[in-house]
Design a protein around this ligand. Structure first.
Ligand SMILES: C[S@@+](CC[C@H](N)C(=O)[O-])C[C@H]1O[C@@H](n2cnc3c(N)ncnc32)[C@H](O)[C@@H]1O
Length: 251
């Protein structure tokens, strides 16, 4: 595990512009990404996003940078009678997503920094979780989200402005402590190595925070409105006070 971690570290530290690249996300996906599904604040955040998307029968919904497909799965559980699409530029992430949601979601390899492979006004809702911060030009992606959304379509974004992996884990273990069951204790001990690896990868991202687009809520509001949206709500206490959570409407 340490060898894997060292390789991750060397890769991300070699980045020219300090941003994680396709290879980094591919390794993260392949090695450990779904360990996040064992981390309570991550799952709670995804559920909040699914609530905010609030899928309705017949909607077409895009998860922009769908990772391993966990949000698509939650959305499908809420309303199966929708058309689900997911894009990501990491083939490893997409392979994991395909195994999870391939039966009902159409997944494509696409780069959010380029034109998305959809017609104008294709979607009722677009969600993008914990991705804008890593893009070289998030503004371009926001404009693409506006283009592929219908008028009055819904945009839900979560984006980290701070990276505090220890705070996330503290919240996770606080929830485990409140649980105080022996089954939970055994589970936590078993999960500890994987969660430690995850913590290491997130610490690397945190170390690169200055070169990432970790926008606060005012900057996020400005960029989203500039891309053709009306803000419905925005707050900065999401994901254990590390992330902006915003909902906007395409105008
Ligand atoms: C932190 S993960 C978030 C994944 C998922 N949205 C979630 O919340 O679990 C960031 C994701 O963005 C993807 N990604 C990063 N840059 C991208 C780009 N330029 N185009 C498409 N996907 C990108 C990565 O491959 C990775 O799956």
């Amino acid at each position: 595990m340490l060898a894997v971690f060292r390789k991750e570290m060397v890769d991300v530290m070699n980045e020219k512009d300090g941003k994680p690249d396709r290879k980094f996300w591919g390794r993260y996906g392949f090695n450990s990404y779904d360990t996040l599904l064992k981390v309570e604040p991550y799952v709670a955040n995804l559920n909040e996003v699914a609530d905010a998307v609030d899928p309705k029968i017949g909607w077409r919904i895009l998860d922009a940078a769908c990772g391993t497909g966990s949000l698509l799965k939650l959305l499908h559980e809420r309303e199966p009678d929708c058309r689900f699409d997911g894009v990501d530029f990491s083939q490893e992430m997409l392979d994991l997503a395909r195994a999870k949601v391939g039966a009902y979601a159409k997944l494509q390899n696409a780069d959010l920094c380029e034109t998305l492979p959809y017609d104008d006004a294709s979607f009722h809702a677009v969600a993008s979780v914990q991705t804008l911060y890593s893009l070289p030009e998030p503004q371009k992606a926001l404009k693409e989200f506006r283009r592929v959304l219908r008028r009055n379509g819904r945009l839900v974004i979560v984006n980290a402005y701070d990276m505090k992996p220890l705070r996330i884990l503290a919240a996770h273990y606080a929830a485990a402590w409140r649980d105080r069951s022996s089954v939970r204790l055994v589970t936590e001990v078993r999960n500890a190595p994987a969660i430690t690896l995850l913590l290491g990868i997130n610490a690397l991202l945190a170390a690169r925070r200055k070169s990432l687009n970790c926008w606060g809520v005012e900057r996020m509001r400005f960029e989203v409105e500039s891309a053709g949206f009306r803000m419905v709500r925005a707050r900065d206490d999401a994901y254990e006070r590390t992330s902006v959570f915003m909902v906007a409407t395409a105008i």
